[in-house]
Design a protein around this ligand. Structure first.
Ligand SMILES: *Cc1c(COP(=O)(O)O)cnc(C)c1O
Length: 387
């Protein structure tokens, strides 16, 4: 109880935490300060990609910690260079900028798009189109990019130059791009915080086509969906897209903070020394962990994601009290008859941790959650939805 008291007295009240303190765990089993064990289907909001205290990842991280923890971006260091090579080889993209969070990875994407457009089209081509219901981060720039008014309310004035398009409405998007001088479209292939809503193949193809016709950069925000969670290495691949810029964070670090912005051919050389930077970005310890993460995201792991996804959908779609299941791979939203928060509390009472996105249950389990743990957890969710 002491932790809760301290937290409530001394931490800014930015979170409504669940009434549970986590003190440890292994894989997808977490240990609470209440002495109970929980099956975790949230993985720290999609961050602990192989669960808690994964042996291989921990060994990679601690080995690097024993070498050096930080050198700054004034010097060369192997982990960042090697990770960048791996990311480019796996995606076909050409260059990488490392930061520390999803918001920063999107800030970098926005800055790159503005600079690219100013140089290639003219300085007035500065607008970025994003989608209604999107979420791109909490910095002022990425808040402005986020297409949800609720996040904007208390923080005016926000940086300008963002236009919002309704997902699924191709003609309206086309009109927006035709009527305003734009640099890029930034999108999530599945809107995470916005309620686990996939954009669909038709609209995905529309994004690519509008970018082609209006000479815009296509920029995929893969912070939540990326790194194997969609069943492909990155979610844009599920839709056969070819983005010019890809941002990611959350799962790639396996539990340590790491932001990644990747640039394709058209933008690979937009930044020159001094144009952008970071003190912590590309931290060797975080990158050593990420190298381990990325090296394990192979065909077998991705097939495992699809198997688990199919199992969850098959069990829950059409189950009593369940109105629908949305999402890709192991990023799934469950629309329920009963209030989602009540179901989450009931699941926790029964030893299963799930999180929320808008009015849905959101499942973001570790990609390697053992099948028998997943089966137990899904049975609990099913029971709690039906009650
Ligand atoms: C979580 C998230 C972000 C923000 O990431 P932070 O690491 O919290 O800054 C941005 N975009 C998407 C799609 C996210 O899910």
């Amino acid at each position: 109880m002491l932790t809760q008291t301290l937290d409530q007295q001394y931490l800014a009240h930015t979170y409504n935490r669940f009434p549970l303190e986590i003190v440890g765990g292994k894989g997808s089993l977490l240990r609470g300060a209440d002495g109970r064990e929980y099956i975790d289907l949230g993985s720290g909001i999609g961050v602990n990609i192989f669960g808690m205290d994964d042996d291989e990842w921990r060994d990679a991280v601690t080995a690097q910690l024993g070498r050096f923890q930080h050198v700054s971006n004034l010097y060369y260091s192997e982990p960042a260079a090697k990770l960048a090579q791996m990311l480019c080889e796996r995606t076909g993209l050409k260059r990488v900028f490392f930061s520390n969070s999803g918001a920063e990875s999107n800030e970098c994407a926005i800055k790159a798009a503005r600079k690219w457009a100013a140089e290639h089209k003219g300085p007035e081509y500065c607008s970025i189109i994003t989608l209604r219901g999107s979420f791109h981060g909490r910095t002022l720039g990425t808040l402005a990019a986020t297409g949800q008014d609720v996040f904007h309310r208390d923080y005016q004035p926000l940086p300008g130059g963002f236009l919002y398009a309704q997902p699924g409405e191709c003609e309206a998007l086309e009109r927006l791009a035709a009527e305003h001088p734009c640099a890029a479209i930034l999108f999530e292939a599945v809107q995470g915080e916005g309620g686990v809503r996939p954009i669909g193949q038709e609209f995905a193809s529309c994004l690519q086509e509008v970018c082609r016709r209006h000479d815009l950069l296509l920029m995929a925000d893969e912070v939540q969906l990326g790194n194997g969670r969609s069943g492909s290495l990155y979610g844009y691949m599920n839709y056969g897209l070819q983005p010019d810029v890809v941002s990611t964070a959350k799962g790639i670090g396996g539990g340590l903070p790491l932001g990644v912005t990747m640039f394709g051919e058209r933008v690979a050389d937009v930044f020159h020394p001094g144009d952008h930077g970071t003190t912590f970005g590309g931290n060797p310890v975080c990158c050593a962990g990420a190298i381990n993460v990325l090296s394990r995201l192979d065909e077998k792991m991705l097939e495992g994601v699809e198997e688990r996804s199919a199992y969850i959908k098959q069990e829950l779609a059409g189950a009593k009290g369940v109105l629908g299941v949305s999402g890709l791979g192991l990023m799934l939203g469950i629309q329920t008859e009963k209030n989602a928060s009540d179901i989450i509390a009931a699941c926790r009472e029964k030893g299963v941790l799930v999180i929320k996105a808008k009015d849905k249950l959101r499942l973001l389990p570790a990609l390697n959650i053992p099948m028998e743990q997943l089966q137990k957890a899904v049975a609990v969710i099913k029971a709690c939805c039906a009650e």
